[in-house]
Structure formats: structure tokens, C-alpha cells
Design a protein around this ligand. Structure first.
Ligand SMILES: [Zn+2]
Length: 274
């Protein structure tokens, strides 16, 4: 019987919550070995600053089916903005991007929900990392929280860059614009929430060929496990909800979103599903 594996395109397994016994989860080795032995085909672990980017690479070095993304998250951008300091970080990122398991720059973008970093500082770092993507031909993983207009405007100024809108929360109309610009729309556990009408509409309208799935773990745990620490084992709830919305089998959602992830991350097709 063919097994249908899932590619979790966005996880933070380096997060401290996974090393605490209080989380109710085993430590990452036991957890991750179990996930890869079960339904998870691949995972991309996402950095949010230099330190967590290095941790993501360390995990990717340890697990053959784990990949890493490196970048400066909007909330991690240092205050005040010092151009020389940014250039120093950009050259560190450029070095990390040479690692064979690094598949993207991310997560980067704008967060206007948590306004603790001034918007102009977030914008400087976002733009500079888009330029790095242009220079290195790497895809980007975009964090957009309550900043849809400025994110779309910024991405449109870098037409050569491709990537992923992670845990997408924009409108179906914006999603259609983004897929024409070469972006994939990544769906998180939010689609299983009762108040998820907007994301449900996005899943209905965007062709499966442009969708990805992600946990964003330890955050965004799908229904009915909300409140617990999220992990890739719960991604099947997200897959099932997408399948239900589209009226297709779960297996098709697994296979197509996995193939999409291979495409955007530039990985060789190693799937045994067809
Ligand atoms: Zn994330």
C-alpha cells in the first residue's frame, strides 16, 4: 500500500518548549524520529534570528529529511536601526545560505500586530533580505501579520523573487495576486478553527497546485487539540480540513502539497507516491 507523506513547510523545533518535559511532549529526538517513522515526509525548520537559524541548521544536519530556513523575523530586528549592524547580519546569513540543507530565507516580513519593533525598522530588514534573495536566488518565507498591503507592495518590487506566504491570513483576492507573482500559499492549523471563514475561502479559491501545509509549531495547534503544544503529528487535521473544503481525498492533499514544497524549495523529487 502506498503511504502518503506530508511535508511540514514551517516548524520551530528548536523552540524551548520542545525541550521542556512540562510541554507534555517527548524531547525532539524521540518526537521527530516518531514523526518521520509515521506520516511526516519532510520538515523545514525556520529560524527567526541568527541564533535560531543556526539551531535550525543543526537539526537539519541531524535529520536527513529536515531542512532549514535562515532569516531575521520582524520581531527580532534590533532597535535602533544601525546599517552597519544590518550588513554584518546579512553577511552571516549569506554564509549560512551556503549550507546544503538551507532551502530558503525566512522567516522575514512585517508584523503590525506586535508593534514592539517600529515599522520602518521592520521594513529596512525586510527589504534588505528581499535583496539578499534576489542576489542568492533563494526563495523567501514571508511572515505577514496585519500588514497585507505593505507586504504585497514590497514583494511586487522584487519580481525575480519567489516564495511562500506562511500561515496565510490575507484575502482570497490577494492570494490570487500572489500566486501570479510566483508565491505559494501555506495553510496552517488556523483553517480548522471555527472562525476560519477567510482562510476557508482562500482554500476554496486557490488551486491545490499553489497550496502548502504547515504547523508553525509550537504555535497554531489545530482543532481539536487547541491549547496543547503543536507538532507535525497534528498536521493531518489541517490536511483533512483542506480535503473536506475541496471535496478531494486526504491523500491528494498530502501528495500535491508535498510536490509543491519540493518545487519551491528546489529539492529533488524523492517521492514514492506515484
Ligand atoms: Zn513561524
Amino acid at each position: 500500500m502506498n503511504k502518503h507523506y506530508i511535508f511540514d513547510t514551517h516548524a520551530h523545533y528548536h523552540d524551548g518548549r520542545f525541550s521542556e518535559t512540562a510541554s507534555g511532549l517527548p524531547a525532539p529526538p524521540a518526537l521527530l524520529d516518531g514523526l518521520f517513522a509515521d506520516t511526516i515526509g519532510e520538515i523545514t525548520d525556520i529560524g527567526t534570528d541568527i541564533e535560531t537559524s543556526e539551531k535550525a541548521i543543526a537539526l537539519a544536519e541531524h535529520y536527513p529529511h529536515m531542512y532549514a530556513a535562515v532569516g531575521m523575523y520582524p520581531g527580532s530586528c534590533p532597535i535602533p536601526y544601525v546599517p552597519e549592524q544590518m550588513e554584518d547580519t546579512i553577511s552571516k546569513l549569506r554564509t549560512l545560505l551556503n549550507h546544503e540543507k538551507v532551502v530558503a530565507i525566512g522567516e522575514i516580513g512585517l508584523d503590525f500586530h506586535y508593534d514592539d519593533v517600529p515599522r520602518e525598522i521592520q521594513q529596512h530588514w525586510f527589504e534588505r533580505q528581499m535583496q539578499l534573495a534576489e542576489e542568492t536566488h533563494m526563495p523567501v518565507i514571508i511572515h505577514d501579520r496585519e500588514a497585507h498591503g505593505p507586504v504585497l507592495e514590497t514583494l511586487s518590487r522584487y519580481p525575480g523573487v519567489r516564495g511562500i506566504l506562511h500561515s496565510y491570513s490575507g484575502s482570497a483576492e490577494m492570494a490570487e495576486q500572489l500566486i501570479h507573482m510566483g508565491y505559494f500559499i501555506s495553510i496552517s492549523g488556523v483553517v480548522t478553527f471555527k472562525n476560519a471563514q477567510k482562510v476557508v475561502e482562500v482554500v476554496r479559491r486557490v488551486p491545490l497546485e499553489y497550496l502548502l501545509v504547515e504547523t508553525d509549531c509550537p504555535y497554531l495547534t489545530p482543532h481539536p487539540h487547541r491549547g496543547k503544544t503543536n507538532h507535525s503529528g497534528y498536521l493531518s487535521y489541517t490536511v483533512s480540513r483542506i480535503a473536506e473544503i475541496k471535496g478531494i481525498p486526504d491523500a491528494e492533499v498530502c501528495d500535491v502539497t508535498r510536490k509543491n514544497a519540493y518545487r519551491i524549495f528546489g529539492l529533488r523529487q524523492e517521492q514514492d507516491t506515484e
